[in-house]
Design a protein around this ligand. Sequence first.
Ligand SMILES: Cc1ncc(COP(=O)(O)O)c(C=O)c1O
Length: 459
Amino acid sequence: MDLPFPDAPALAGNAALAARDLKHVWHPCTQMHDHETVPMVPVVRGEGAWLVDADGRRYLDGISSWWTNLFGHANPRLAAALADQARRLEHVIFAGFTHAPAIELAEELVRVTPPGLDRVFFADNGSAAVEVALKMSFHYWLNQGHGGKTRFIALTGSYHGETLGALSVSDVALYRKTYAPLLLTPILAPSPDAYEADPGETPAQVAARRLGELRALLERHAQETCAVIVEPLVQCAGGMRMYHPDYLAGLRRLCDEFGVHFIADEIAVGFGRTGTLFACEQAGVAPDFMCLSKGLTGGTLPLSVVLTTEAVYAAFYAEYNAGKAFLHSHSYTGNPLACRVALETLAIFRDEPVLERNRILAAHLAQRLAPLRNHPHVADVRQTGMIAAVELVADKRNRTPWPAAERRGMRVYLHGLQHGALLRPLGNVVYFMPPYVVTTGEIDQLVDVAVAGIERAVA
Ligand SMILES: Cc1ncc(COP(=O)(O)O)c(C=O)c1O
């Protein structure tokens, strides 16, 4: 019988670590059975945009290790900040106690995020931040005497994390459908995804049309709706689907008109990914809640925050027995090590022309990917800043996707491993989200491997 991935690389020297791993470890987002044929890669160190395995093989990290890494692996500035903080204070309960790294980080985040986001609530991962934002929005309305607001509007194709609340407002069937009986039922608004444009329609026109549909939903449901939650500009896990900033501007206006919150989940797109420090800037809007994680610590440690307004904060501020406090907590809330590394991450943005450099890198990536537009199995090549995606299809004329069961993207992944690149397609979407320290030469390498991988995948 043919193995499903007959050309999986033989990583003999990694074998011992991989075997030990597979004896006890249960990995995330993985059908562990795949590892009967797909290699488990034990990474021993990282440097810049590269990961190095136990056999000394190097992999260019084309996906910034799940979109977390900004300034390279084992970044010396971040490592030094972490080591220094570890010698002073590793952790302290964050209720009743505080510390300089959290205070300074809150000050700095208020300074760099869109105006009006003056309150910072800490958590420790992206999904937890989404939980906080959802609960806080609901609780705000409750405290204001609007307990009938219990629902959320989310976009089709959205992804906000895997905990039950975050998964509730996500619309990627692969992750959601199994757990659907456990989840809240969101009101789904059609995504402004430009890939779904009608013939001849521009991305701005798609945004306008989708805002009309959102308005209709709000007209029916605003009374019962706490918030609209979106991933600004790029719906990442849903296949790197991208949309026009006009949608965010219109969303802000509609939320104000109908009295619902706007939650911007910038967990994946924040910190320069889309070309601006935060994606919302491209629409000139400030949300009521902004969730940040991933790049917040440059990819070094888990940390997340929810920024919100003074008005939201004020709705919880009352004498204790009024019972209005937000009693949500995580043990590692505001961890000093993570906060200190986050501060150093923001310092790098201040000290170095990161966004300017990214513009050059993004232009180079765009130029290298452009020829793929003519490929007979590529329906779309799209890009927003340092996120680029190539949509593979079985039939280009009618954009028929490859059946998911054929796992074409997995073939690209395996080709990448064999040729020194970490590419991890989302279904039929091959995407690029490299660390900002990547060079144009490394982008060339990444694209060359991806193009060869795509040829193998569609063969
Ligand atoms: C937009 C968005 N929100 C939330 C999350 C969840 O973050 P975490 O994986 O840290 O729970 C992710 C993770 O990919 C994400 O892309």
